[in-house]
Design a protein around this ligand. Structure first.
Ligand code: ATP
Ligand code: MG
Ligand code: MG
Ligand code: MG
Length: 473
């Protein structure tokens, strides 16, 4: 089953259960300055859950574009190291706004996984919140999952909250066991409590049933709600019988394109890391730009710049000397353009934006690498395995190296970066810029003031000397 078919199957299944198919919202959250990017399906329904917004439906289903880079959920450093994390991914979800609750949510999920997708039930494990006896019971009763495959977990993993106050509740995750041959060898791995690629978390069901007040008290919501999220790429990897998201039809063509551009073969192990990073980042850049984000120096724009420059640097690591990332936009569009017309419609624009940013970075990348290697060589000789804050700042300011890029390159050679020192240098620079702006403002003010004097007197402004002479300034 292709990724596109899976997305469609999910939406149709829930439409058949009375859910309205709602389009994905933008990666840039609307009216929500607290959130860098849309990072889950529920984001566009936040106000509906809070009762602040009403919709003509009580059940909805979506395939939501998500980015988890920067901010609270940040998977940027994990990409390419695990088989299952991306910066950009799609989350399939079903939602109940005060309509059905736990029993139906569990029944729907189980039916979809075991009847529609025909996953072998014995491979599926369930986690529940340790105090949620109801969910523990329902998984056995409704889905027939034996108690020994239902694991009770603590608040950190299995209790979800929208914020410090507001709607919250226990959650229940469905985990697919890839089998003992994928075990990582950690002592607890065999018990199903491991974070490695053997245990693949595919679906999270959130049971929103309480409201938390300022004092931390939980009051049951009169009409509890459901919010679920399933990773499309992860489920595709299971259905396509591959060990990694990067080998699914949603990402493999991008890896192939990188092979063609670099002339190097992809390796599923460590050596293939740059391929995976580039494939992932090409999707993230394409979709972010399609939703109106441009590379820049602040906030969202800076996250995009970091992702893009990181991909550019890995291209270089593969020996690709020219800008190349923009060429992958076509491949992203070929895979996803039908489901997301916004990327197909804007593909020339997106490629142009990426290319410009790549070109800008290429101008300084080689020089910057030389400088950084020089710093490391000197520091290494002195037995100092830290890049100074000012040095990292120069790389940032003069050569366009985002701090985490410097950290990553340095880390590969066993060096750390003085982050606090970098922040100090950055603050000092900001202060200088502010002072310079004040000077400019004072100057402009003086000019404007002089201009208004002219207006009044009808005589020509002859300079600051005159102003000073009048004693008015
Ligand atoms: P994990 O523990 O694997 O990092 P999570 O618990 O952070 O996942 P949730 O917030 O529960 O993830 O999101 C719901 C679902 O979205 C997950 O069960 C998973 O299938 C998918 N998902 C989450 N993060 C990513 C990611 N970075 N890349 C791809 N899919 C993801
Ligand atoms: Mg996570
Ligand atoms: Mg998890
Ligand atoms: Mg989860």
């Amino acid at each position: 089953m292709t990724g596109n078919e899976l997305r469609q199957k999910f939406l149709s299944f829930f439409a058949g259960k009375g859910h309205t198919i709602v389009p994905s919202s933008s990666l840039v959250p609307v009216d929500d300055p607290t959130l860098l990017f849309t990072n889950a399906g529920m984001v566009q329904f936040k106000d509906v859950f809070l009762g602040l917004d009403r919709r003509p439906y009580k059940r909805a289903t979506t395939a939501q574009k998500c980015v988890r880079a920067g901010g609270k959920h940040n998977d940027l450093d994990t990409v390419g190291r695990t088989a299952r994390h991306h910066t950009f991914f799609e989350m399939l979800g079903n939602f109940s706004f005060g309509d059905y609750f736990k029993r139906e949510a569990i029944a729907f999920a189980w039916e979809f996984l075991t009847r529609v997708l025909e996953l072998p039930p014995e491979r599926l494990w369930i986690t529940v919140f340790q105090e949620d006896a109801e969910a523990f019971q329902l998984w056995q009763e409704v889905a027939g999952v034996p108690a020994e495959r239902i694991v009770r977990m603590g608040e950190k993993d299995n209790f979800w909250a929208m914020g410090d106050t507001g709607p919250c509740g226990p959650c229940s995750e469905i985990i697919y066991d890839r089998g003992p041959e994928h075990a990582c060898g950690a002592p607890l791995c065999a018990l199903g409590a491991c974070d490695c690629d053997r245990w693949l978390e595919i679906w999270n069901l959130v049971f929103m049933q309480y409201e938390r007040d300022e004092a931390g008290n939980l009051t049951p919501l009169p009409r509890p709600s459901i919010d679920t999220g399933m990773g499309l790429e992860r489920m595709a990897s299971i259905l396509q019988g591959v060990d990694s998201n990067f080998d699914t039809d949603l990402l493999r063509p991008l890896i192939n394109a990188v092979e063609a551009l670099s002339g190097l073969p992809y390796d599923r192990g460590e050596a293939g890391f740059p391929f995976r990073v580039i494939a992932d980042h090409a999707r993230a850049c394409t979709f972010l730009i399609a939703d109106g984000v441009l590379p820049g120096n602040e906030g969202r724009n800076y996250v995009l710049r970091r992702i893009l420059r990181r991909a550019a640097r890995y291209g270089k690591a593969l020996g690709v000397e020219e800008p190349f990332l923009y060429r992958l936009v076509d491949t992203v569009v070929a895979i996803m353009g039908e489901a997301y017309p916004e990327v197909a419609e804007q593909k020339e624009y997106i490629a142009r934006v990426i290319r410009q940013e790549e070109e800008r970075f290429h101008e300084t990348l080689n020089e910057g690498m030389k400088v950084l290697n020089g710093i490391m060589e000197r520091a290494g000789k002195e037995g100092r395995y830290t890049i100074g804050g000012q040095e990292a700042f120069t790389l940032y300011d003069t050569y366009g190296f985002p701090l985490d890029l410097t950290e990553e390159i340095a880390g590969e050679k066993g060096f750390k970066v003085d982050r606090a020192g970098f922040e100090e240098a950055m603050a000092a620079q900001r202060e200088r810029a502010r002072a310079a702006r004040e000077d400019t403002r004072a100057y402009e003010f003086a000019l404007a003031f002089a201009g208004s004097l002219n207006d009044i007197s009808g005589t020509e402004f002859t300079g600051y000397e005159r102003l000073e002479d009048t004693g008015k300034v």
